[in-house]
Design a protein around this ligand. Sequence first.
Ligand code: ADE
Ligand code: ZN
Length: 346
Amino acid sequence: MNFDAINSAQLPALLCAMPKTELHIHIEGSLEPELIFALAKRNQVRLNYATVEELRSAYAFTDLQSFLDIYYAGASVLQHPQDFYDMAWAYFLRAKADNVVHAEIFFDPQTHTERKVSMRTVVTGLHHACTDAKEKLGISSSLILCFLRHLSEESAFETLEQAIPFKDMFIGVGLDSSERGHPPEKFERVFKRAHQLGLKAVAHAGEEGPPAYIWSALDVLKAERIDHGVQAIHDEVLMQRLAMERVPLTVCPLSNLKLCVFPNLKDHNLAQMLSQGLCVMINSDDPAYFGGYMNENFLQTFAALNLNASHAYQLACNSFEAAFVDEAQKLAWRVQLDACFQQHGA
Ligand code: ADE
Ligand code: ZN
């Protein structure tokens, strides 16, 4: 592949056109203000904001917790399977426009079951949208059930048990919400049970929290991917391990910018991690809140960090490598990627 043949003027079109997977998207974080208002009206839920503009103007975050408070409030409009379907379908349309070929989607059941919305409502609504996305848009997907780490181990256990009847509709478990003060060890026994059930495991670690949380996500929770993981940069031994074992880090640049993990996109360490041989890729996290879906993340990150076509190719390949699919599927995406690069002059 002749990457040098693609100049910086041609790069944006290639970034948008190339096939990619998305492995770090919270479906509740794809809920746009317009849909929040439409669902609030449909379900007669009172919001603390008078207009879409007023809600959107509240999206000025100082850290993870300041975002989570507003994110959980937004999710309160979701009540029926159709609401979950509509939210996920809207995401899939955005993903299609960005040439996402496959998505592994987080959902937070406790945000809903705590409000007396049943696990069945949540999972069946989302799963129906996944089925339609494959049939109507050609996007494959799977669901990953996340435990909210600010809640108790007992609540996580209860959530996992409630989900067992729907085990065929999700592929794994994850760990999200407020990181600091809630180390992975808190959920060791829940993840053990999830492994026994044949589920895959991922975990948010090293978004705001220390490298020690990445070590324990790997060694205690046996996580196969680390969500974010950008704080690994402060631990040289950990960096070597991540590179050697090709542990995927699902990095989310615009999220990190909006939650002040980095003061400026130019300060993001994605390029440094890529150059040290880590399996990093670009994801959107909570695109409705952070100013962009996949292609917007690619475009802004490439501009800020001066990345080139060779970086784009590596990031796309990493996104295939890290997906929970078989090798034949990964190879098929690679063929698609090569064809796309050739069409763009490589
Ligand atoms: N839930 C939704 N987005 C999250 C993030 N960026 N970190 C932790 N929990 C989340
Ligand atoms: Zn996340």
